[in-house]
Design a protein around this ligand. Structure first.
Ligand code: SF4
Length: 439
């Protein structure tokens, strides 16, 4: 074990300095409904298995690598400082184009607007800690950590960066130049667990939320130690974890028991289709096991908020209605979130040929109007929310894209994968039959 690294004085001070909201707002003169202010660059760091660190899932900016740069330096990296400065000055930083586009269209709230609303009560404190040079006199409040890319599944829209199991299949199925990265083996964002734990403890006093993702975090042998390191602050930290819920080992259960003692705790299960479609997309899933595990968790942890995450993509958008119905009936989630597949581009809903896009949109709107109101979804989940995320997916699908080229790539990739997994896309999505281009 290494010696614990001392907490830098500035870090200690910053963590303790919690200004009163009213003073803070007045000192910056930034109004709550600023058209550019975003809370994300002032609050969040996300660590990926490759070591790369980002701060917002909608912003592609990479701040650097945790392998060679400390969390403190990344938090004050020139790129992040520049984005914060733009945000405060009323300028639209180009890297936030995802949000600007949605805001210009005006049909749905952007990620920025949703975040600012959700975190409205901390905005004054955040502003008070922000300095004109783009540094922040506080450490991140929200940290997202991928423990590793260790995963037992081979989801078709995933990459080896996020699943160790996918490597060989992915390499064989992808044609030359069809993918961004080379297959990789096991990766963790840190070289030494002890150093990572020291860093996490250093930001423990300012931490309010932590989110664990993977790979499959419940398979990772280090997760329990990381969770235990946060024990002194657990009554202040909201914890959440994303899982495929295919394995519940004794160490996984022990981790969940610890997480249950945090201020709040939710588990989000990734589901990408109705029973059969989910098994097709998430290669290696047994839906019966996932359903059993969900019931077991609900029985073991009555306080647990069970949520579901769906990744809208070319493979499931035509079966949105069945997928939502399955998820809401089988898992009764407290909340449903979506993570639109953007990369690889050929897996995105935009790669579908026009007639299939139109069919998907018609079905989704019919579902929203005719079925959703009668579905009896969990009252926390809310049919308005499901309608909104469906509309978001339709809007994204209908935006311009190079669907001719991407559809060809999609067909080749899925055909090559099917040949190796012994499955057939046309069994689960027969609507593709008239458009299929396997060569
Ligand atoms: S404006 Fe949007 S893209 Fe930019 S940091 Fe905020 S949420 Fe992310």
């Amino acid at each position: 074990m290494s010696e614990a690294r001392p907490v830098p004085k500035e870090r200690e001070r910053a963590a303790r300095r919690r200004p009163q909201p009213r003073q803070a707002a007045a000192s910056h003169g930034v109004i709550e409904d600023s058209p550019t202010f975003c809370v994300a660059p002032f609050t969040t760091l996300s660590l990926y298995p490759t070591g790369l660190v980002t701060f917002c899932c909608k912003n592609p900016t990479v701040l650097g690598s945790y392998r060679d740069t400390s969390l403190e330096e990344l938090w004050s990296s020139p790129r992040l400082k520049q984005i914060r400065q733009s945000s405060l000055r009323g300028e639209r930083h180009p890297s936030c184009v995802h949000c600007w586009r949605l805001e210009d269209q005006g049909a749905v709230a952007s990620w920025r607007q949703n975040l600012n609303t959700r975190l409205a009560q901390i905005v004054p404190e955040v502003l008070a800690a922000a300095r004109p040079d783009g540094t922040v006199a506080a450490m991140p409040r929200y940290v997202e950590v991928s423990m590793s890319n260790l995963c037992n599944l081979r989801c078709r829209m995933c990459s080896p960066e996020l699943s160790t199991s996918l490597g060989k299949l992915w390499e064989e199925a992808a044609g030359p130049g069809e993918h961004r990265e080379k297959p990789v083996l096991l990766q963790r964002p840190f070289d030494r667990l002890e150093s990572f734990i020291d860093d996490l403890k250093a930001i423990g006093p300012s931490l309010e939320e932590i989110f664990f993702f993977g790979g499959e975090p419940l398979l990772d042998k280090n997760l329990l130690a990381v969770v235990d390191a946060l024990d002194p602050w657990k009554s202040r930290i909201a914890a959440s974890l994303n899982t495929n819920l295919t394995r519940l080992s004794s160490s996984g259960i022990a981790t969940l028991e610890r997480l249950q003692q945090f201020r709040s705790f939710n588990v989000s299960v990734s589901i990408d289709g109705h029973r059969k479609l989910n098994e097709y997309i998430r290669v290696g899933v047994d839906s019966g096991i996932v359903e059993r595990h969900a019931r077991r968790l609900a029985a073991m942890f009555p306080q647990l908020k069970l949520c579901a995450t769906i990744s809208p993509q070319a493979l499931n958008i035509l079966h949105w209605a069945d997928t939502i119905t399955y998820i809401s009936r089988m898992f009764e989630p407290e909340y449903l979130s979506t993570s639109l597949v953007l990369n690889p581009a050929h897996m995105s809903v935009r790669s579908l040929p026009q007639p299939l896009k139109q069919l998907a949109a018609r079905r989704m709107r019919r579902f929203n109007d005719d079925v959703l109101p009668t579905l009896g979804v969990n009252h926390n989940l809310g049919s308005a929310h499901i309608r909104a995320i469906g509309e978001d997916a339709i809007r994204f699908m209908e935006e311009e894209g190079d669907s001719d080229r991407e559809w060809g790539r999609f067909c080749r990739y899925i055909t090559a994968m099917d040949a190796r997994t012994g499955q057939s896309i046309l069994d689960v999505v027969p609507e593709f039959r008239d458009h299929w281009m396997p060569d």
